[in-house]
Write a protein that binds this ligand. Structure first.
Ligand code: THU
Length: 133
């Protein structure tokens, strides 16, 4: 399954719209019930308006009904071993668990696998406000 996510991440990275950074990033995720979604980064002339490959993949999952992320692979041919940015770690946390596996990929395949807990220890989590004393 992880090997399939690697292939998907590589192929979707070719679709990235990254004329400003030149970094074409691909991400592919699998849900705990076995669905897969892929996405690429999409940059904008107004730089802060661009977004990451992981965010695109997560948005595809959400519009298809949501789910829980079991695994996510990230690939960028121009970087030895890309890791999700801080914001994407938090987005993965929103739809994952501390055990969610993050596969860090290079040109030859999955080079390392880490858990979300390792990449984002003590992630911000908020369910409901504490009651006033
Ligand atoms: N990028 C991603 O797509 N995912 C990450 O986790 C890190 C950064 C993209 C955003 C931007 O288009 C380019 O890489 C350079 O930052």
């Amino acid at each position: 399954m992880a090997a399939n996510l690697y292939r998907l991440a590589v192929s979707v990275s070719a679709k990235a719209h990254a004329p400003y950074s030149g970094l074409k990033v691909g991400a592919a995720l699998a849900t705990t019930d076995g669905r897969t979604y892929a996405g690429c980064n999409i940059e904008n002339a107004s730089y802060p308006e661009g977004w990451c490959a992981e965010t695109s993949a997560i948005s595809h999952m959400v519009v298809d009904g949501g789910g829980t992320i079991a695994d996510i692979a990230v690939f960028c041919s121009a970087i030895d071993l890309i890791t999700p940015c801080g914001g994407c770690r938090q987005r993965i946390a929103e739809f994952g668990s501390p055990e969610t596996k993050i596969h860090l990929c290079d040109g030859s395949g999955i080079a390392d696998t880490m858990t979300l807990e390792q990449l984002l220890p003590r992630a911000f989590d908020f369910k409901e406000p504490k009651s006033e004393k």
